[in-house]
Ligand binder design. Structure first.
Ligand code: 48F
Length: 254
């Protein structure tokens, strides 16, 4: 009995990891945009794995605003709440509220239910850069980074990588810092996010969701961080729509 419990976990975990060693799409970050992308890509039958450094995926959605656990979604993105079976209430004309715990849980449930594999407690520390293309990611246990342990990582190959790391746009910054590359932004670099301006930020998040270097796409707040646009605070329509857009761009390409 004791052995079955342990060997069952070990066998099934490593089976899952082995099947993800060569993915169609790797998503870095389990925030709302990454989870929506995972759902739509997995729904198309692609081999999708999402790496999240924290214990729980969901990113900045769980906490609503200042830990008041409600989010705002505008009417343009309501169809995505319906797609994920997230319940909502109309607050004002064109603006809706949803419980942020229920919304985060629904995104996670639907992404995994479509077959996307989520590896939590796992950090991306680098990209694979072969023939001038982002061809995968370099992963390590998040506690290895936290404890600053000198432990070598593992490598996951993939046809496309999504930087869904939010405000820090970590993958884009790593790519830029370590390699002599010019990104698909106005300066050729990670421009960095601007202060809060909700309407502008919501619009540009969708525009800035794109391939910024061969093999590397950005979604969610990382899109605006990379392209130098605004933050938007606890309104989540563009996060959801960005995830859907990046999934479409990648599916068309690979
Ligand atoms: O920030 P986050 O929720 O990403 P998002 O999809 O959504 C942004 C909103 O939550 C909010 C906002 C809009 O209302 O401004 O902030 O753009 O989630 C990003 C996730 O990426 C993880 C991080 O722990 C978080 O859960 N993450 C960041 N860097 C890494 C990472 C990394 N190097 N490896 C693995 N996970």
């Amino acid at each position: 009995m004791e052995q079955i419990v342990s060997s069952g976990i070990i066998d099934s975990y490593f089976d899952k990891l082995k099947k993800s060693l060569s993915a169609d799409v790797v998503i870095v970050g389990g925030g709302p945009s990454g989870l929506v992308a995972a759902y739509f890509l997995a729904k198309r039958g692609l081999n999708v794995s999402l790496y999240e450094r924290k214990l729980a995926p969901g990113g900045g959605m769980w906490g609503g605003a200042m830990m008041f656990n409600e989010i705002i979604v505008q009417k343009e993105a309501l169809y995505l709440l319906d797609e994920f079976k997230i319940k909502y209430n109309q607050y004002k004309d064109g603006y809706y509220t949803a419980d942020s715990v229920h919304a985060s849980a629904s995104l996670i449930y639907h992404a995994t239910n479509e077959g996307a594999k989520i590896f939590n407690c796992t950090s991306i520390e680098d990209v694979v850069f072969v023939e001038d293309k982002v061809s995968g990611v370099v992963i390590n246990w998040a506690p290895v980074h936290r404890e600053n342990l000198h432990v070598d990582p593992l490598v996951i190959m993939s046809k496309a990588v999504i930087d869904g790391t939010g405000h820090d746009c970590e993958v884009a910054r790593i790519l830029e810092k370590k390699n002599d590359v010019k990104l698909n932004t106005i300066t050729g670099n990670v421009v960095g996010e601007r202060s809060l301006s909700i309407e502008e930020a919501e619009r540009t998040t969708i525009e800035n969701t794109k391939e910024i270097y061969p093999g590397l796409f950005v979604s969610g707040m990382a899109s605006n961080g990379v392209s130098g646009s605004y933050r938007m605070g606890p309104i989540f329509g563009s996060m959801l729509m960005s995830g859907e857009k990046v999934a479409g761009l990648i599916a068309d390409k690979i």
